[in-house]
Design a protein around this ligand. Structure first.
Ligand SMILES: [Zn+2]
Length: 435
């Protein structure tokens, strides 16, 4: 198949090319070149003519909570007055502890649909639902496979609900990881919550399990001032100094959030190759602050973007990252559009340890989106990426392909009844809210 867009963006750090296209064979990008050359070389190939579209890599949402959609608009019984209270008084009792498998399945299906329709082709989900064990991840896996999006799944093991549930959380990850086919769309990571909900022994055990299974281990880290202060009080050191002591702070560790970091934390992350995922919008929601993204990038940290299950339209997530960094640093030149697009695609894939995902180079997975190129001002190789970052949104995404298979065509999610899916998630949200 030949995809022949008006403009081709193979990666955030490569200049856009006018009238270039792709040849897709067996789910991979087989050739990249001027559209006229591709047509001449492969006259018998099917042609997807998309002159008024930009073709770019699908987004990699490197941190989402699919169940989060069920809490959109929920009546918060005890309005939180800080990050700790956000978890203890609201998120844990009213959402996570009340989730069951039916709610999780409905939310998974809906958010996968939402993500595909906004150009996301890969995501990493973190499920924390202590009362849905065992088996919740295997249910998620089935739904994700049916929807045809690339998903990394994990259960956030935590000791806050007691040792049995903590152990069951680790086992949930092991069972999922073992159930995944090596080249399937779904795979798994090891995962636990944080230093303030898991003991050092438990963290070390989770990390060792992850290493034995050959996967990354994920945790939330320093989403606000709370965790750093907690580690200082409890262990007399910063969060990442503590992680270094546990032998966790290295390239097999993916730390999400990393909003409030000491200079020492930043250095440990950079020097040890810890991977980071950044959630600009949800960091605002919980009052966590604005992460030092330019500083982490300058130090060479592998970094992706995530929605945290809050606002899942990745164009909005990119805008959040683009704008907040400038406001925080009082510098309009920091974190330009091409860097943001790279973080939203290949950066996320690197943070998740995925090979050949996130760019449209030869031999890479054909995970891509076509976006309406009819902007009110002329597109040039120089302005195109910033125009996409600032002035495109979910409704401009017309077509989405995952591993060579169309999942969205002309704005329609294929093989899905959105009305039925919405009714199902609505019903499950009502069940959660009445808990
Ligand atoms: Zn999160």
């Amino acid at each position: 198949m030949l995809i022949l867009p008006g403009w081709l963006v193979t990666a955030g750090d490569v200049a856009p090319r006018k009238d270039w296209g792709l040849r897709i064979v067996d789910g991979l990008v087989a050739e990249v070149g001027p559209s006229a050359d591709l047509i001449a070389a492969h006259p018998a190939d099917a042609q997807i003519q998309a002159k008024d579209r930009v073709c770019l890599p699908g987004f990699v949402n490197s941190h989402v909570h699919l169940y989060g959609v069920l809490a959109h608009g929920i009546d918060v019984k005890a309005p939180p007055d800080g990050f700790e209270s956000f978890l203890e008084d609201y998120w844990w009792p009213q959402v996570e502890d009340a989730l069951d498998v039916d709610m999780i399945a409905a939310a998974t299906d809906w958010v996968c649909a939402e993500m595909l329709r906004s150009g996301t082709t890969t995501f990493f989900d973190i499920l924390e639902a202590p009362n849905s064990l065992p088996g919740a991840l295997l249910v998620e896996k089935e739904v994700v496979e049916q929807r045809g999006i690339r998903g990394l799944l994990s259960f956030e093991a935590t000791e806050r609900a007691g040792p049995d549930i903590a152990q069951a959380g680790l086992e949930e990850n092991v069972n999922l990881i073992r159930a995944c086919e090596p080249d399937g769309l779904v795979s798994g990571l090891m995962c636990y919550h944080t230093t303030f909900t898991c003991s050092g022994d438990f963290i070390a055990k989770a990390f060792e399990l992850g290493q034995d299974l050959g996967v990354l281990t994920h945790a939330h880290a320093n989403e606000s001032h709370f965790e750093g202060e907690w580690c200082q009080k409890e262990y007399g050191q910063s969060t990442f100094a503590y992680y270094q002591g546990l032998g966790v702070a290295g390239p097999d560790f993916l730390a999400s959030q990393c909003v409030q970091l000491t200079i020492e934390d930043r250095e440990i992350i950079a020097e040890n190759g810890v991977r980071v995922s950044h959630m600009p919008l949800s960091n605002c929601e919980v009052g966590g602050g604005i992460a030092p993204i330019p500083e982490l990038l300058e130090a060479g940290v592998t970094l992706g973007l995530g929605s945290d299950g809050y606002i899942n339209d990745f164009y909005e997530v990119m805008r959040g990252a683009f704008l907040l960094a400038k406001a925080r640093r009082l510098d309009p030149g920091v974190l330009p559009g091409d860097t943001v697009l790279r973080l939203a695609t290949h950066g996320g894939a690197q943070a998740l340890g995925l090979d050949h995902v996130g760019r449209l180079d030869v031999g890479w997975s054909a995970d891509l989106q076509l976006v309406d190129a009819n902007l009110p001002t002329p597109l040039t190789a120089h302005n195109l990426v910033e125009q996409l970052v600032l002035w495109r949104s979910q409704q401009h995404v017309s077509d989405v392909m995952v591993a060579g298979t169309w999942r969205v065509r002309n704005g329609e999610l294929l093989g899905a009844d959105l009305g039925q899916m919405r009714a199902r998630v609505h019903e499950q949200a009502e069940r959660l809210w009445s808990h």
